[in-house]
Design a protein around this ligand. Sequence first.
Ligand code: CTP
Ligand code: MG
Length: 224
Amino acid sequence: MHAVGIVAAAGSGLRLGAVLAGRATPKALVPLGGRPLVAWAVATLLDGGVDEVVVAVPAAERAEFAAVLPAGTRLVDGGATRTASVRAALAGAGEADAVLVHDAARPLTPPAVVARVLAALAAGVPAVVPVLPVVDTTVVVDGDGTVTAAPDRATLRRVQTPQGFDRAVLAAAYAALDDTAELTDDAAVVRAVGIPVATVAGDERCAKVTVAHDLALAELQVAR
Ligand code: CTP
Ligand code: MG
């Protein structure tokens, strides 16, 4: 099974708001333990068993990304949304059997999670996501913030990346998706065309760096 990793790294990181050397810096280039988030994400995919990696980057910063990524990493210009960025990277993924789509914003994802996703694909599922249980009671609210429902927590999961797919299944699902559609993950893209999505165990270390607090927590983990 030839597996290609796609890293969505073309966001601007507005909520993190990193300014380095006086310049607004895309989140994926922000250092964690001295190494840019995108470099952590690419290394995790390779360590976990993918054969090659395609990274969707902001067009204006392509050279900065190339300078911090291993030789052989392919770069493509990302789009205005994560969905558009993954679509662009998928077009550059070539003849792979499997595709794993990962966020640059999840730098400390253990390679074992990548390996679990690859194993599920090798066993024949068309789509698989790493998940964790929900530990808080989780509710639905209306427009005024009044609770309208409390789904049984035992049936809920938090979804992480990397998300794994049969390449042809993911390509067909993106082809069927409206050009302007914006979905929060890739499992939603295949579910939209009726493909079942399996789950494997995720890991708390796959946590996404969204705001400054998340980066501070990640720094504590790499300092240990
Ligand atoms: N992403 C992308 N292309 C975009 C937007 C997001 O490839 N047009 C990527 C980000 O680089 C990130 C991942 O999708 O690795 C998850 O997105 P998010 O955490 O929202 O990152 P940003 O969009 O960069 O952050 P923000 O929403 O705070 O601006
Ligand atoms: Mg975003």
